[in-house]
Design a protein around this ligand. Structure first.
Ligand code: IPD
Ligand code: CA
Ligand code: CA
Length: 417
């Protein structure tokens, strides 16, 4: 049976890890100082992948360390494999890490295994049949609210990060009875299933981190969804909120939704002055395809970039004119980052900075066909100031059409500062 094949495989992999843990091994950085992989992670994944491929050649495998091709579609039988979940713990603490394996059959995760290698604890779940720890049945989760929950959550999510504004999750830490950062997602979910913690929250997990643990939690009556209450998918990165029904509802209703946070909301932007034209050229010409004009404005004014983590996601410029008028030009947001309130936040920033450089009035000009921009500026308190007919034709813009309108006239709007 596939279940016993998996258990045997995991035990064999566990032995390999226990044998190697005190030897010296290579450690490599993946995306950053906290994202490491060792020779042992790779060796364990290879062992697991080879045995699955040998016994079930038609099965697909989604493994963290890329020792086999990732499935293009989650069809047939798919194994989700994290050979060492909690690599930092493995390296620094030599404990509190797990082998995590889930088996999905025709789109449904049917089996989940989380093996705490050093504690020799095997958590297993089969869909519809409950969950066990070393053969003992795990009982139904007790209901908890945030105020009486003992939580597992990484401190990353209450410091500035790329996924969520810290002030959304900080009140949960404040209100709960205690928070621990255990550093191994699959184990944190398994411990939740065993009643050792009452909730788990993360903003960034991959399917091999949560697929097995999610089934464990669900098999003891718990709920596992995204932080915004959406069902969890198995095809990429996601936030994970897990716990009893009451805990999950409490978090979504009283801490996430009340703050107006949606899946699209992004963490704090950092907007700073910028002085290299080439680096943001592509963004600026999105706002104004007349590059000669953009370059001139760049020389003349001040340029600011919006950073989300290390990524430049937007830019704008301020150019001072006579009479304490400051013009906002070339405000642009990366196409894949649009509709995430970045434009609004850059505009608020522009208002502040224009005031700081002595402006009394902020001017912005756009085209007659830029309907969205006309709405955006008016919503931000701008009023129509002037129209220059045929400005765009006279300034060498070829026929540009937006929203079924030809770009012809320049419309300027102002708002007091
Ligand atoms: C990580 C751990 C960590 C979680 C990260 C995972 P790894 O897995 O589970 O607790 O916060 O999201 O990537 O890299 O140690 O296998
Ligand atoms: Ca992992
Ligand atoms: Ca791993």
């Amino acid at each position: 049976m596939i279940e016993w094949f998996a258990v045997d495989l995991i035990k064999q992999a566990g032995e390999l890890i226990r044998r190697e843990i005190d030897q010296s091994y290579e450690v490599e950085r993946k995306t950053g100082k906290g994202d490491l992989v060792t020779e042992i992670d790779r060796a364990v994944e290879q062992l697991i992948v080879r045995r699955i491929q040998h016994t079930f050649p038609e099965h697909q495998i989604m493994g963290e360390e890329g020792t086999t091709d990732q499935p293009e579609q989650l069809t047939g039988t798919v194994w989700f494999v994290d050979p060492i979940d909690g690599t930092l713990n493995f390296i620094h603490q030599k404990r509190m890490f797990a082998i995590s394996i889930a088996i999905m059959i025709d789109g449904v995760v049917e089996y989940g295994f989380v093996y705490d290698v050093m504690a020799d604890e095997m958590f297993m779940a089969r869909k519809g049949y409950g969950a066990t720890l070393n053969g003992r049945t795990l009982t139904t989760l007790h209901e908890h609210h945030v105020r009486d929950a003992f939580l597992s959550m990484n401190a990353t999510w209450v410091t500035p990060n790329h996924q969520i504004a810290p002030e959304i999750l900080a009140p949960i830490v404040r209100d709960s009875i205690g928070t621990r950062a255990h550093g191994a997602a699959s184990l944190e979910l398994a411990w939740l299933a065993a009643g050792r913690v009452d909730g788990y929250i993360t903003m960034r997990n991959m399917p091999w981190d949560y697929a097995a643990g999610k089934l464990l939690v669900e098999e003891v009556g718990g709920r596992v969804v995204s932080l915004y209450g959406e069902p969890i998918r198995y095809d990429g990165k996601t936030s994970v909120l897990a716990g009893s029904d009451s805990f999950v509802n409490d978090v979504i209703k009283h801490y996430v939704i009340t703050k107006g946070v949606t899946a699209e909301a992004k963490p704090d932007l950092h907007i700073v002055e910028h002085d290299s034209y080439e680096e943001i050229r592509d963004l600026l010409v999105l706002a104004n395809p007349n590059e000669a004009m953009v370059r001139e404005q760049f020389e003349e004014g001040r340029t600011y970039k919006a950073l989300l983590g290390g990524e430049i996601v937007g830019a704008y410029m301020l150019v001072s004119h006579e009479g304490n008028r400051v013009e906002l030009v070339n405000i642009a947001v990366k196409p894949e980052r649009q509709n995430q309130t970045i434009g609004q936040r850059m505009l608020q920033d522009a208002v502040k900075r224009a005031t700081m450089i002595g402006g009394k009035e902020l001017l912005v000009c756009t085209g007659n066909s830029s309907i969205m921009q006309l709405r955006f500026y008016q919503q931000a308190g701008f009023r129509f100031d002037s129209v220059e007919r045929d400005y765009f034709r006279d300034h060498g813009y070829d026929d540009i059409e937006e929203d079924g309108l030809v770009l012809r006239d320049r419309i300027c709007l102002t708002r007091p500062l």
